[in-house]
Ligand binder design. Structure first.
Ligand code: GTP
Ligand code: MG
Length: 148
């Protein structure tokens, strides 16, 4: 079983979309194993988006991401990384299918409301960065009704 790092960005929080976003993952069958509400520092976000540091939009991205609190979440379940990305849609909301989170709730690439890990390797790095205290393992009573 796999884990992914999902984060409701400051615009998602401001627009009151936290509940809807969490509900989509819960309804799909994913299990929360870590969750917190935090105001990230620019320094922390520069680590999170280190791969993008040479992009022209990097300074704006860091400002946007530090502009308010975010909800940091780890979801666990079958194919969590790839399926999580599919649930998000494309980076550009206008290229995201209707029915995906970005395809249903936003319009601009620089205000795309949610982050999701793009590989198992980045998920592991991001989970360690956002949850150095570790995650909380637990067994859902629905497990046998979600997995065969
Ligand atoms: P994340 O889940 O946030 O990592 O998005 P992603 O994996 O779909 O895209 P990527 O990691 O390449 O970029 C990270 C974030 O930078 C995006 O979600 C956007 O918010 C922002 N971003 C990416 N490309 C652009 C761009 O061309 N212009 C602007 N303004 N922002 C961009
Ligand atoms: Mg990314």
């Amino acid at each position: 079983t796999e884990r992914t790092y999902i984060m409701v960005k400051p615009d998602g929080v401001q627009r009151g979309l936290v509940g809807k976003i969490i509900t989509r993952f819960e309804e799909r069958g994913y299990k929360i194993v870590a969750l917190k509400f935090v105001q990230p520092t620019e320094e922390h976000l520069e680590k999170h988006y280190a791969d993008l540091r040479n992009k022209p939009f990097f300074p704006g991205l860091i400002k946007y991401m530090a502009s308010g609190p975010v909800v940091a979440i780890v979801f666990e379940g079958l194919d969590a990384v790839k399926t999580g990305r599919a649930m998000l849609g494309a980076t550009n909301p206008l290229a995201s299918p209707i029915g995906s989170i970005r395809g249903d709730f936003c319009l601009a690439v620089g205000r795309n409301i949610i982050h999701g890990s793009d590989s198992v390797e980045s998920a592991n790095k991001e989970i360690a960065l956002w949850f150095p205290e570790g995650i909380t393992e637990w067994k859902s009573v629905f497990e046998n009704w979600i997995y065969e």
